[in-house]
Design a protein around this ligand. Structure first.
Ligand code: ZN
Length: 211
């Protein structure tokens, strides 16, 4: 059983300082992609977004930015938002405090020159972060972006049609939706993403970036 819709108000009450969705007066959805940039998969996402004239926000793993600068450059040139997902995709619950914070800094050193003063965003890998880590990250000036809709595209056991249906079903005005530009998620994501966008564009929705 996968929780596609974050259990709010539970989460919002427990972690009110984190961003779970954006209040929106218009029909807008925030697409986010975690774990890239990597060749082919991130490029598939970029091609899809370009074709459908949609902007999104990419939560990058710093080491992937280091390894794939040309894919990263495309993310920037095509006007997408950008966030920090640590340098090595660390699990906050299993990582010592100082190591966690340093790993975020190391990632941000790659992102900051590209941000041009835009807002710093952070998303903890696996959604796992301690309260002490949250405070430290916020003191550095990051907005911590969670989500209210999880596509669960990375679940191999999830049928791609089901992945699409659930993600559509739980999305609403102001939703922050998570997809993954990684290998594990590709089969579900590559099916669901274009159809997801088509579904909401047909209803008059726009897609925004979070920076
Ligand atoms: Zn991740």
């Amino acid at each position: 059983m996968i929780i596609h819709k974050m259990g709010w108000p539970f989460k919002k009450v427990l972690y009110p300082s984190l961003t779970w969705s954006r209040s929106a007066k218009e029909k807008i959805i925030y697409l986010t992609f975690d774990d890239g940039p990597i060749p082919e998969i991130t490029e598939f996402v970029l091609d899809t977004l370009l074709q459908k004239k949609v902007k999104a926000t990419f939560f990058c793993v710093g080491d992937n930015v280091r390894k794939h600068p040309r894919v990263f450059q495309r993310v920037l040139e095509e006007g997408h938002g950008l966030g920090n997902h640590t340098f090595n995709h660390l699990n906050g619950w299993k990582t010592a405090f100082s190591e966690y914070v340093q790993n975020i800094d190391k990632c941000q050193a790659y992102l900051d020159p590209a941000l041009n003063g835009r807002k710093w965003l952070f998303r903890p890998p696996y959604g796992r972060i301690t309260k002490k880590q949250i405070r430290a990250v916020q003191q550095k000036g990051y907005e911590v972006i969670m989500w209210d809709v999880l596509s669960a595209d990375f679940m191999k056991s999830l049928d791609k049609k089901n992945c699409l249906q659930k993600t559509v079903k739980y999305s609403e005005q102001g939703s922050i939706v998570v997809f993954h530009d990684n290998i594990k998620a590709f089969e579900n994501m590559s099916y669901a993403l274009p159809r997801y966008i088509d579904t909401f564009q047909a209803q008059g929705y726009k897609f925004g970036t979070l920076n």
